[in-house]
Ligand binder design. Structure first.
Ligand code: GDP
Length: 595
């Protein structure tokens, strides 16, 4: 059997994962210098633009040690943002080891600890890599201490390097093959392979990234997805070097791509186990957890006639985005669309911009909300992900909101300010531990307070140094009310929001003022009102437009009149007409501009 090492890199954003991956590829001659001009692993434009990696990818590198022994290193990329922990888990499930990359000028971040916990749960070998040692303010000694005390893993194998200059990279490769175990499994057994990722390619149809645990797979093999019982024929297969390189066969321990030869979208592939149709195995490989969405929002095609295209595009996105939840939705105001569940705001933004860029579908989205648990008087429990579907008040016994446990890691000097915002966000402190130079604290905070801008606020007050990791803890009874917004006396269902009673009046006033600012003036007065159970609690008015654009034409020049009207229409293009009022997209997002 070949010598194989499967590993992933865990790193907080900006700690050097991409630079290190490029360096490893270059060192193992995966690409020529000319091809290296771009950072190759982040393949989607969108990712490159934002500097984060969304989709797991892999590269097989050939490494020859000093005794001329050949190793194949399968490096499976993981995304690095706080919203994408589930994808990290997914990549880790296909590995025996991880490189824990830490920027020695920054130190450990909360999310790094969370990802290490995953790796430990999966029994992976963790190799600490202390990066950026070329920088004058690098402090590897402190980082080593922190790894020992905070993450609690052995540090004797830690490698110090600079991904930028290449210093220490040979040492790192040596350590990778030395301490990360060879994958187990047997080529004689029947096929078992895990689908790590899956995406839709315009030319090839469905392409998946797989890791073979047992047996082998070749072109034209008939395969069976064990759980769903679906059958496919493998049209082609191979590895990424990082270029797509076709192979005759893939063996146990290997990571590679397969083309299913199906243009029909199957959104149930990721995480499934493949086996051979002829000689099937019945045993599923451990599946990574499907993470439930944390926030929900309505997405509607701007042009209602694009609904079918919109639906198909969402399905294609769901192929490799197993946490994207969609369900047909219908708004009185915005028409047919989908209620979508996302892992966080960034995830939502990415889905929206992928729809616009890759599928040319402009969408209107409503403000995101968390899911609430409502206990009805008939003892039924309703899970509410859409405030406009809030049941009648007299049918409700109790409303419960989701709470999250937040782990924050920060340099000591920002602790006071951070505690302040945690309290402001209705948080309760669970634990606070002082380390040498940093503090780790845990708070329970309502999820609705976290999703909008908590992370941004943390970053702002700590000059970017504090880091956050949070997860759902439980539902808890809370004093919540539904606020409706009326524009020109029409209730805009997609603007309804659920708020804590304490903040209801203050936030209602804020939101109608925000809407007033965004809305264009019309030829008539437009009242904007906030109401709770049909009682108006706040109101403001957009005064009518005095200047009539055609007034100046003295009724004479008709072509000039037309031109002016056309110009005025152009200005309205990105607006949704509701009744006789034009509402810009930003209004549906006004909740973000309240602070
Ligand atoms: P990622 O977000 O973890 O993928 O981080 P990147 O690889 O994009 O690196 C973030 C920044 O740190 C970039 O500007 C890199 O050039 C820089 N960087 C990465 N590794 C090193 C290093 O070893 N030394 C120095 N001086 N800079 C580095």
């Amino acid at each position: 059997m070949k010598n194989i090492r499967n590993f992933s890199i865990i790193a907080h954003i900006d700690h050097g994962k991409t630079t290190l991956s490029d360096r490893l590829i270059q060192k193992c001659n995966g690409l020529t210098k000319r091809e290296m001009f771009n950072q190759v692993l982040d393949s989607m434009d969108l990712e490159r633009e934002r500097g984060i990696t969304i989709k797991a990818q892999s590269v097989t590198l050939k490494y020859i040690d000093k005794n001329k022994k050949i190793f194949f290193l399968n490096f499976i990329d993981t995304p690095g943002h706080v919203n994408f922990s589930h994808e990290v888990f997914r990549s880790l499930s296909a590995c025996e080891g991880v490189l824990l990359v830490i920027d020695t000028t920054q130190g450990i971040e909360a999310q790094t600890i969370a990802h290490c916990n995953y790796a430990q749960k999966l029994n992976l070998t963790i190799l600490p890599v202390l990066n950026k040692i070329d920088l004058p303010n690098s402090n590897p000694k402190k980082v080593l201490e922190d790894i020992k005390n905070i993450i609690k893993i052995p540090i004797q194998d830690a490698v110090q390097c600079s991904a930028k200059t290449g210093q220490g990279i040979s040492e790192l490769l040596k350590k990778i093959v030395q301490i990360i175990p060879q994958p187990s499994g047997n080529v004689q057994n029947s096929l078992q392979a895990l689908i790590i990722d899956s995406w839709f390619d315009k030319y090839f149809g469905i392409v998946s990234l797989i890791r073979i645990k047992n047996g082998s797979l070749k072109k034209k093999d008939k395969i069976l997805i064990i759980r769903t019982k679906k059958i496919y024929i493998i049209e082609n297969l191979g590895i990424f070097t990082p270029k797509r390189m076709p192979k005759d066969k893939l063996y146990n321990g290997e990571v590679g791509w397969i083309i299913f030869g199906s243009k029909k979208i199957d959104t149930t592939l990721v995480g499934e186990t493949i086996t051979s149709y002829k000689n099937p195995s019945n045993t599923l490989l451990p599946k990574f957890k499907k993470i439930k969405p944390k926030i929900y929002a309505g997405l509607f095609p701007f042009e209602p006639k694009k609904y079918i295209l919109f639906r198909d595009a969402l399905n294609k996105l769901k192929l490799n985005d197993i946490s994207l939840f969609t369900e047909p939705d219908n708004s009185k105001i915005l028409g047919f669309g989908f209620r979508c569940g996302f892992l966080g705001l960034l995830h939502m933004e990415i889905v929206q911009s992928r729809l616009e860029r890759e599928y040319n579908i402009k969408v209107i989205s409503t403000a995101p909300t968390v899911i609430y648990e409502i206990l009805l008087k008939n003892n039924q429990i309703l899970l509410l992900d859409n405030p406009s579907k809030f049941p009648k008040l007299d049918t409700i016994k109790e409303i419960r909101e989701p709470l999250a446990i937040c782990h924050i890691l920060t340099p000591i000097k920002y602790v006071g300010e951070i505690i302040k915002i945690c309290i402001q966000k209705r948080g309760t402190q669970q634990k606070i531990i002082y380390h040498d130079t940093c503090v780790s604290m845990s708070y329970i905070i309502p999820l609705s307070e976290i999703i909008l801008d908590f992370f941004d606020q943390l970053k702002t007050i700590s000059s970017g140094y504090a880091s956050l990791e949070y997860k759902f803890k439980k539902f808890k009874k809370s004093d919540l009310v539904k606020i409706d917004i009326l524009i020109n006396h029409i209730k805009i269902d997609s603007l309804s929001m659920i708020q804590h009673k304490k903040n209801a009046l203050k936030n209602s006033k804020k939101i109608i003022e925000v809407i007033k600012k965004i809305m264009p003036r019309h030829q008539f007065n437009i009242p904007i009102q906030a109401s709770i159970s049909n009682t108006i609690i706040a109101r403001t008015t957009i005064k009518q437009l005095r200047k009539n654009v055609i007034e100046k034409c003295y009724g004479g020049d008709i072509s000039r009149k037309k031109k002016l009207l056309k110009q005025q229409k152009k200005g309205k293009k990105k607006m949704k007409q509701i009744g006789n009022v034009n509402i810009p997209q930003e209004v549906f997002f006004s909740i973000f501009q309240m602070n």
